[in-house]
Design a protein around this ligand. Structure first.
Ligand SMILES: *[C@@H]1O[C@H](CO)[C@@H](O)[C@H](O)[C@H]1NC(C)=O
Ligand SMILES: *[C@@H]1O[C@H](CO)[C@@H](O)[C@H](O)[C@H]1NC(C)=O
Ligand SMILES: *[C@@H]1O[C@H](CO)[C@@H](O)[C@H](O)[C@H]1NC(C)=O
Ligand SMILES: *[C@@H]1O[C@H](CO)[C@@H](O)[C@H](O)[C@H]1NC(C)=O
Ligand SMILES: *[C@@H]1O[C@H](CO)[C@@H](O)[C@H](O)[C@H]1NC(C)=O
Length: 458
């Protein structure tokens, strides 16, 4: 019975698309049409998000890219994970046994929301389901492999969504992996060369629709798409439904991982590869995801402090991304008990303190006509209306500081965001540029990075 019901259910949802008349723009199930949808504006204005990787993989919490633990151990049979299991667990121990120890006993979603809010982020993206297939919500299509049937016995997605939504400035998004390494139906479809779509119709699509209808996420961060074409995943059909008829059609934002060859090409905003780091201004809205622990997205008990991004590096990376028109999605991996390592918390609060002073140059900004220049210290530009922000990633060693790109006028006013009511003296240079008389003392920065606010420049 299950099979027929499930297939009927997912087909039904999409069938509605075809017959519903709807209002406004109708998107067809092809990329030309899907790609023509304007990106909801909240996303570009938000600029900063927090990515959260949490699942059964947080229990072993071990090795490079710990969220791939099951695959490293049983798929790739990587020496580190195989050895770790031999040394620490009985021979008959299965990956599924880790779920019993995913207890989340200290998980307080309000505490998480406090930290995320204090980080200055405007959205949160939480792993509803990673490649291991474990659902952090009570999915009916994932019997006994979800956070209510086993482990925490709690709807982690729902509880976090509720806490995030109590904060006015925070949007709630969900990460969802299309593929599952070891799901029997997925392996069956794969063996058919992705000619059959049993996994898609019985697992991936019903769960995606269930997430949309139950939690109404404002962002869907799709992943795990790369082994199969988008036609296998029925991605354009799903997105047409999402954009035309879902309850979140007016504000939902999606990324670009919807099938082999899609990323950097199709979808909403572009993630391209992990930690995408373009050298010049991309022509399409994009996002860089970057983990504070550069060697893992999931929590890693064996991480060392030198492997973590320090606050100045985070600010530098964020400023570069925003100057090039991107959003910055900074990742943390909570521990299996629901605690966020105080080290991660310190970085997040540090970023928030910096944004508290300098956020005017970040939120809702646009790339300027020039994104960076070689001044005596590294400088990145952003802009908002007629204001240009020059973000200095080091404090200049001389009192007189030159910028070559801005063209001054009689209306030009220069200030530093640490003390914006005081105008700084400046003289123009030719043909463009200005020399600013910097304050005598370096303002105490809650990071490393100072912002010159230039009004009345071109
Ligand atoms: C999946 O896509 C195919 C075309 O690629 C279409 O015939 C079928 O109706 C779609 N199914 C659903 C449930 O969207
Ligand atoms: C996409 O769908 C629209 C509307 O049905 C159609 O006009 C257009 O030709 C299609 N484009 C492609 C490339 O199939
Ligand atoms: C993070 O790791 C990647 C390679 O995995 C490397 O290219 C990059 O420079 C590292 N970044 C930092 C800030 O350590
Ligand atoms: C800055 O200088 C470096 C090294 O000389 C050069 O590669 C780079 O293109 C310059 N950048 C700009 C924006 O002028
Ligand atoms: C900046 O421009 C936007 C439209 O681009 C406008 O809505 C906003 O009010 C302007 N802000 C200021 C401070 O002028």
């Amino acid at each position: 019975m299950a099979t027929t019901t499930l297939i009927l259910r997912s087909l039904l949802v999409f069938a509605v698309v075809a017959i519903s008349p709807g209002n406004g723009a109708r998107y067809a199930a092809n990329w030309t049409s899907i790609d023509s949808r304007p990106l909801p504006v909240w996303y570009d204005e938000a600029k900063i998000g927090i990515f959260v990787h949490w699942g059964v993989f947080s229990v072993p919490g071990y090795g490079q890219f710990s969220e791939w633990f099951w695959y490293w151990w049983k798929g790739a049979q990587r020496a580190a994970e195989v050895g770790f299991m031999k040394k620490n667990y009985p021979p008959d121990f299965k990956y599924a046994d880790f779920a019993h120890d995913f207890k989340a006993q200290f998980f307080d979603p309000d505490e998480w929301a406090d930290i995320f809010e204090a980080s200055g982020a405007k959205y949160v993206v939480f792993t509803a389901k990673h490649h291991e297939g474990f659902c952090n919500w009570p999915s009916a299509d994932s019997w006994n492999w979800n956070s209510v049937d086993t482990g925490p016995h709690r709807d982690l997605v729902g509880d976090l969504a509720a806490a995030i939504r109590k904060r006015k400035g925070l949007h709630f998004g969900l990460y969802h992996s299309l593929y599952e390494w070891f799901h029997p139906l997925y392996l069956k479809d794969k063996a058919s060369g992705f000619k059959t779509q049993e996994f898609v119709f019985r697992k991936a699509l019903p769960e995606l629709v269930n997430l949309v209808m139950t939690y109404e996420p404002e962002l869907i961060w799709s992943d795990g798409d790369w082994e199969a074409p988008d036609t296998y995943w029925n991605s354009t059909e799903f997105l047409a439904w999402l954009y035309n008829d879902s309850p979140i059609k007016d504000f939902v934002v999606v990324n670009d991982r919807w099938g082999n060859g899609c990323y950097c090409k199709h979808g909403g905003y572009y993630n391209c590869e992990d930690r995408f780091t373009p050298g010049s201004l991309p022509g399409h809205k994009w996002e860089k995801c970057q983990s504070i622990d550069n060697r893992s997205w999931g929590y890693r008990r064996n991480m060392k402090i030198i492997e973590l991004m320090d606050l100045p590096t985070i600010i530098e990376d964020m400023v570069y991304v925003v100057a090039l028109g991107g959003n910055y999605l900074l990742n943390i991996g909570p521990m299996e008990d629901g605690m966020i390592s105080p080290l991660f918390e310190e970085r997040l609060r540090g970023m928030g303190a910096w944004l508290g002073v300098n956020g005017e140059a970040i939120y809702s900004s646009k790339p300027w006509r020039i994104q960076t220049e070689n001044a005596t210290v590294p400088v990145w530009y952003t802009s908002k209306n007629n204001t240009v922000y020059a973000i200095l990633l080091a404090w200049p060693s001389k009192l007189l500081f030159s910028l070559a790109a801005p063209k001054t006028s009689e209306a030009t006013n220069v200030a530093i965001l640490d003390n914006p009511s005081v105008s700084l003296k400046w003289v123009s240079t030719t043909p463009t540029g200005l020399v600013v008389v910097m304050p005598d003392n370096m303002p105490v920065s809650p990071g490393r990075g100072w912002v010159l606010k230039l009004e009345g420049v071109e």
